[in-house]
Design a protein around this ligand. Structure first.
Ligand code: UGA
Length: 453
């Protein structure tokens, strides 16, 4: 199948790369000429495990190309995936102007039948608007459009894995024919018949070999599924974080509590990790957009507002912990381990770690930081920080080390060595990554979240 992907961000590149890897001819388009030039030169602008190899392999097989020419890409493909950004407006609603602009080009350039797939995260009823725009601006061309909503459930840091090994593929359609076309596109994944780049050499080697569910719904339901899923996961995290506060006050251990809660299949163990809160470009914006959407529909969803408020408080309460331990922050040397909003990514958008960094600098602390992937992006925003070549360097002469992203390698570092380099052996673990007993046995003053000090 000939497919165009509009938007070469996280979602577009992963979608394009994976659809090419399972045998489609894919053209990825972006309006940023610099981004296209660098993609054409073989440079992938984001760090995402497996993506670079996946795209290089698809290019070598002649299955993927990058272009700035949207009209040509539209004319040359049967299916167009819209993967452009929907950033938050001032009022929290999603900005859909990029989707509208793409729809107008699709409408004016199309001849014949086109399947238009909305992959960007959008508020419910965007599909209706998309259909209207396609009809209005394409009425002179005699083109026929089928609109599909196909939300993504990709986690940054493991999105190639997630795309190829999904739990479910959701398609919101207007008619059965569109659903069948989508099933055809995803057939290799549904039948687990592709050479898996994550678990080479073949799909048979994939540990997650359970075939995904193919869920066909209306477009409105499909759009809601995406916002509802992200918001529910965010609620779970905020619940765990309040629980952590309660555990601290009452002398319980949040890990023991959530561990046993998660054994109940009705609750499940995931997204119950307490810490400095959720960040990234999805949860914070989606929870806001979903709240605004409910408000406009006349439905009171303050539950979401509360989850958002709890999340914002995580950073202040962690800083308060740091102040309690250090007394004053001014003039203190603080080492940060982790900057990205989660491990295995270089993404720092809405990262709690950056909020903490900003506040430390504002209060006069001097900061050294290390992150395996996110230092370049952080340095562009915070040049005053000393960025270190390896984790041990952040500890040299430090009054405290703050662990802010749970990169697995931070668990493996020689904490004895860290201890020896610090001015004061104080560690505040914002992600509950380390073992409190081991840290205390090594002689650290160690504080984490919702676990006894
Ligand atoms: C999230 C969803 O998990 C994906 O399904 C969805 O497709 C994506 O948003 C999106 O809408 O594009 P992502 O933002 O990449 O994916 O990352 P998550 O793994 O969901 O983590 C989000 C944040 O929650 C991170 O800051 C993480 O540190 C935090 N988190 C997660 C916790 O604080 N505790 C947990 O138990 C789990």
């Amino acid at each position: 199948m000939r497919i165009s992907i509009v938007g070469c961000g996280y979602v577009g590149l992963v979608t394009g790369g994976c659809l090419a890897a399972i045998g489609n001819h894919v053209t990825c388009v972006d309006s940023d000429p610099e981004r296209i030039r660098s993609l054409q030169a073989g440079h992938i602008p984001i760090y995402e495990p497996h993506l670079e190899d996946l795209i290089a392999g698809a290019r070598a097989a002649g299955l993927i190309e990058f272009s700035g020419d949207l009209p040509a890409a539209v004319r040359g493909s049967e299916t167009i995936f819209i993967c452009v950004g929907t950033p938050p407006l001032e009022n929290g609603e999603a900005d859909l102007s990029s989707i509208e602009a793409v729809a107008r080009v699709i409408a004016s350039e199309s001849r014949g039948d086109k399947l238009v797939v909305e992959k960007s995260t959008v508020p419910v009823r965007t599909g209706e608007q998309l259909r209207r725009a396609l009809e209005v601006y394409g009425r002179a061309n005699g083109a026929k459009f089928q609109v599909v909503s196909n939300p993504e459930f990709l986690r940054e840091g493991s999105s190639v894995f997630d795309f190829l090994h999904p739990d479910r593929i959701v398609v919101g359609v207007e008619n059965a024919e569109a659903g069948e076309k989508m099933r055809e596109i995803y057939r290799p994944i549904l039948e687990r018949k592709f050479a898996c780049p994550v678990h080479a050499p073949a799909a048979a080697g994939c540990p997650t070999n359970r075939p995904p569910q193919f869920v066909v719904t209306t477009i409105n339901s499909s759009e809601l599924i995406k916002h509802a899923s992200n918001s529910f996961l965010a609620l779970k995290i905020s619940f765990a974080n309040v629980l952590a506060d309660l555990c601290e006050r009452l002398g319980a251990n949040v890990e023991e509590v959530t561990n046993a809660m998660g054994m109940d299949p009705r609750i499940g163990p995931q997204f119950l990790n307490a810490g400095i809160g959720f960040g990234g470009f999805c949860f914070p914006k989606d929870i806001q957009a979903f709240y605004r959407l409910a408000e406009r529909a006349g439905v009171d969803f303050t539950l979401l507002k509360e989850a958002e408020r709890i999340n914002k408080d995580r950073v202040s309460s962690f800083l308060e912990k740091a102040r309690r331990a250090l007394w004053v922050l001014k003039g203190k040397q603080v080492g940060l381990l982790g900057l990205a909003f989660k491990p295995h990514t270089d993404d720092i958008r809405f990262a709690p770690a950056l909020e903490i960094l900003k506040q430390l600098l504002a209060e006069g602390a001097s900061v050294r930081a290390y992150d395996p992937q996110a230092m370049k992006k952080t340095e562009a925003q915070y040049p005053a920080v000393k960025y270190c070549k390896e984790p041990y360097e952040v500890a040299v002469g430090a009054d405290a080390v703050l662990l802010l992203t749970e990169w697995p390698e931070f668990k493996e570092i020689d904490w004895q060595r860290v201890h020896g380099q610090m001015l004061r052996p104080l560690v505040l673990d914002g992600r509950n990554l380390l073992d409190p007993k081991k840290m205390r046995d090594l002689g650290f003053e160690y504080h984490s979240i919702g676990r006894p000090d």
